[in-house]
Design a protein around this ligand. Structure first.
Ligand code: SP5
Ligand code: ZN
Length: 367
């Protein structure tokens, strides 16, 4: 079975140009260069590159609040029009205040007049900023995931959507964690809507996909299983990803979390992926969506997990051996050389070429 890869230059379009963390402007590592590195992994495997096809709003608003989509579409232009790039000198949309439900849950929900307050309506943190090319990149990521889903529906066995920004922290009416729209969730719902049966999502990003969990928490037509660093040990997204979160109503049993202790290495990671895979099989899923973050890698600056390239390769084999039509959607992975190597290790298991290891091509300039 072949592996189709979706990528375009638009994967570089969203440029946060840093983020605000605990009030401090830092460099940030969800950078445009990640798009270049994904392309390098695709080229290294000799995969054909397919450009994404544009899709309308409907597949997005099936998952997300239309008001949030409209906000993402217009927020940067409105921010510029309000003059904040000049005074006080902030050229990215960043929140300073958030509508805490304990404070304002008892009064009617209103959209605030100020664009600075609007920045805190849908966004849950100060790290997930909007700049001039952001919406182009956000829509690219959705279109690429949907194009890959369309290929699966047309009979392609495996498809990889090389996207950024990532998506799994974005929920129905909120975004954060460097994510804006939930690419994998939108694609999974698109597959279900096409009548393909139950879809299993296995999320191997180092962080819990709180958005994907929330979106499907009450549903039994999409199974969500996530392997990630234990949020109880102090890791993002802090408030969810615990093993007692199993879904509600008809969704009971269709949400499973496998939190790993910081420092966990290949064996613990692969064992959790095996258990997640058994669940996908037991629940009779007809297709698989992989939220493919490689930030569980040893070198990654955003997680304390210690997975090696060999571990990712083993995880890739486990996923491949589920023998389902499989859509792989990129999530995190922030060390550029490790991103290329670990992504290659996994995709290699899905490409017809199969086994051979591929040489790591050094990146031009500082990594
Ligand atoms: C998609 C994804 O992997 N999102 C992860 C976002 C995690 N962000 C947490 C806060 C960022 C703080 N990073 C500071 C790193 C200092 N070493
Ligand atoms: Zn992550």
């Amino acid at each position: 079975m072949t592996l189709a890869a979706i990528w375009s230059e638009a994967s570089r379009s969203h440029d946060p140009a840093g983020e605000v963390w605990i009030g401090v402007p830092i460099e940030g590592d969800e950078t445009p260069e990640r798009g270049t590195v994904m392309k390098r992994a695709i080229d290294g495997l000799g995969l054909d590159v397919i450009e994404p096809h544009p899709h309308g709003d409907r597949a997005i608003t099936a998952i997300h609040d239309p008001g949030m989509l409209e906000y993402l579409r217009t927020a940067y232009d409105e921010w510029v029009a309000a003059g904040y790039p000049d005074d006080p000198g902030q050229d990215r949309v960043v929140a300073y205040a958030f509508r805490h439900p304990g404070a304002f849950g008892h009064v009617a929900e209103r959209l605030p007049r100020s664009r600075t307050a609007m920045a805190g309506v849908y966004c849950m943190d100060t790290c997930t900023v909007l700049g001039p090319g952001s919406y182009t990149g956000i829509r690219y990521a959705v279109d690429a995931a949907l194009t890959a889903a369309d290929l699966i529906l047309a009979g392609e066995g495996h498809a990889y959507a090389a996207v950024r920004p990532p998506g799994h922290h974005a929920g129905t009416d909120y975004f954060g964690g460097s994510c804006y729209l939930n690419n994998a969730a939108i694609a999974a719902h698109h597959l279900v809507g096409a009548g393909g049966g139950r879809v299993g999502i296995i999320d191997i990003d180092a962080h819990h996909g709180n958005g994907t969990q929330q979106i499907f928490y009450e549903r039994d037509d999409v199974l969500y299983a996530s392997v990630h660093v234990d949020p109880g040990e102090g890791w993002f997204p802090h408030w969810s990803g615990f093993s007692d979160e199993i879904g509600v109503g008809p969704g009971v049993g269709f949400n499973r979390n496998f939190p790993l202790a910081p420092g966990s290495d290949d064996d613990a990671f692969v064992d959790a992926v095996i258990t997640a895979g058994e669940l996908v099989t037991d629940k009779g899923c007809a297709a698989l969506v992989v939220s493919l973050g490689v930030d569980a890698g040893r070198e990654d600056p955003e997680s304390p997990l210690q997975v090696s390239a060999a571990g990712f390769s083993r995880a890739g084999s486990v996923l491949r051996e589920l023998a389902l039509p499989t859509l792989l959607v990129q999530e995190g992975g922030y060390h550029l050389l490790a991103l290329q190597r670990d992504l290659t290790a996994i995709l290699n298991r899905f490409s017809s070429a199969g086994g051979a290891d591929h040489e790591l091509e050094p990146l031009a300039g500082p990594g």
